[in-house]
Ligand binder design. Sequence first.
Ligand code: BGC
Length: 754
Amino acid sequence: MKKTALIAALMIASSLTGVAAAQTAASAPAAATAQSAQARADALVKQMTLDEKLQLIHGYFPPLAKPVPPIAMIPSAGHIPGIPRLGIPTLRESDASLGVANQVEQRKGDVATALPASIATAATFNPKLAYEGGAMIGAEARAKTFNILLAGGVNLTRDPWNGRNFEYLGEDPLLAGTMVGEHIKGVQSNHIVSTIKHFALNSQETGRNVLDARIDKAALRESDLLAFQLGIEIGQPASVMCAYNKVNGDYACENDWLLNTVLKQDWAYKGWVMSDWGAVHSTEKAAIKGLDQDSGQELDDQMFFDTKFADAVKAGRIPMSRLDDMVRRIVFGVIDSGLMDQAVPDSAQPIDYAAHALVAQKAAEEGIVLLKNDGNLLPLAKTAKTIVLIGAHADVGVLSGGGSSQVRSVGGAPVEIPLTKGAAASFARITWHASSPLKAIQALAPNAKVTYIDGSDPKAAAAAAQGADMAIVFAWAWRTEAQDPESMALPDNQDALIDAVAGANRKTLVVVEAGGPVLMPWVSRVPAILQAWYPGQRGGEAIANILFGDVDPSGRLPITFPVGVDQAPRPEPMGLAELHAAEARRDAGDKTVYGMSGGVASFPVDYPEGADVGYRWYAAKNAKPLFPFGYGLTYTSFHYANLKVADGTKLSVSFDVTNSGQRAGADVPQLYVEAKSAAGTKAYRLAGFEKVWLKPGETRQVSLTVDPRVIARFDEAKSGWALDAGNYKLRIGHFAGDAALTGSARLDAVALKP
Ligand code: BGC
């Protein structure tokens, strides 16, 4: 499907805005609720006609779909008509990583609460906030009559430049898996469905529809798959979304090993596998290898799960038992999530946006990371007389990440810049949320003169900054789904801007609004740096609260920040040459360059780092990053003591955390255990963490119990986790590589199912 057709189609679809399509779900059959979800699903499948079964296994993409006869669909990601006579509701799918999405405002005027980027939520290291964010999104989705949320992005950050890092939860499987599980649990607490996505190894955006991600299977189990496994166990998502890319030769949505062996057999997953949008490449192969539902079918090169599928079943090429299994899984998920018995309302319901904004603000406040604070430049006294804000439209708002996760936030978009080229051009705009740092700072320091200058002229900015009590440069780097940046440097001459301002005023703070790390050549020349990520629709307020110390910064980095790109396993996106070749052909008028692949030919991407993702890679290479995983400063200080280890068959540790500073604050003590991977490499792995709030002088004992899989190796031959008997070195630290307390544990051998 031509991507350029998308915008036009979206605009036509938007004329349907406000038409709340009739909710086809009849009330659930009485007395059914007492049966197990599995038994109910079985019974329903037995009552279905062939056409009814076939209806459930493929979804429309509303902007492009032309069903006959026409049906009312809300402009959004997907629509699957229900079966009213059996009480099976129509499935209305919306993207929902950071809020109920509304890309390119396809539903005119329909706003929702925008959380900060998921990476900011990961940086809170606070699973409770991940849950609350999910619960908030789920409540808004339900009130807007959506019942399937395309949420739960948990691809591990393998490359610091990946365009979609902002939508994910960092580089560590324990942290990411825990946070995504809680988020999904929150979404599904509204009796609607959440996915977990993108299964698996969709680690870069360049060529995502064609690339072949190659990795050792055991290494994948110990890293990305472990994050999914933990997330599924904690969150019980009703659906898993398979990814665009190939994994070891086969597309993820027709990958026998991923879908049938790992997910459905080893993990005994009972829900359904839905494809990513435009990720299906076959009928029989996909069905047999484990795909249960084709999503947004109009985006595939052909509609593989429509009449082609019916023909394949009728001809016996796909057994009826497999179709039954697909449908049973979908219906099971719908029942198990509670959706079957608590249908979403027929029409839009009121939403308490004021209360929800506080959820977004809290996540931003706990997720913003203070990276540098020389001479205790922060917190800034409210008696400051002059504060100069520079750049990034800080007078009106804060930046958001782009792509299918884009929320049209409450308050609208004060700045929106359309894209003129690139794979994201048809569905993304560079968008700011209406949360003005200028107004928020002014509100907290009513007697100060707070001014704004746009930063386009470094000299003018430096002149404005001179003599101010504080100069704050807002640096920005936009990231989006479907594209990777070709450089990690700040765009638009911002490095020169920061240098000029820091040269003019010693009291310069840089607030970075970015989806992950950016290069900071000026790091030693500015005294203070705040990593604000994309802080969501209350980001301005959150930044101001941290700036003045109304909130103590407590975010910790969920990914390692490199000094330079050469420190990362891959210095730039793979496949850039293929991408540029396709773009050149298109620019020369080649009309065959279209579709989800954008004309890019398939290419391999190797992940030789295996399970040693992120901080483990830096440790293996003996490389010192700019800022390590787990790192973040506060306005107070924390001290650890009295490590106690209980070992044997299960490892648990306890230790005391003391707030040794002058202010109340929150700390995230981290337990790292040295473990051996299947590949034979040794690395300290994050094995536990907890967020603790302490008053000055207060001490609390923290106890952490270790999930053995986090420190085990995966034995592919025996198909299970193996924890070898022996001595394991432990560290309690403030970040990866820190060894504030050290110890060791004697562990017995443990073999665990996969
Ligand atoms: C993205 C998914 C998203 C889907 C539907 C795809 O391009 O990869 O994350 O849920 O579109 O919008």
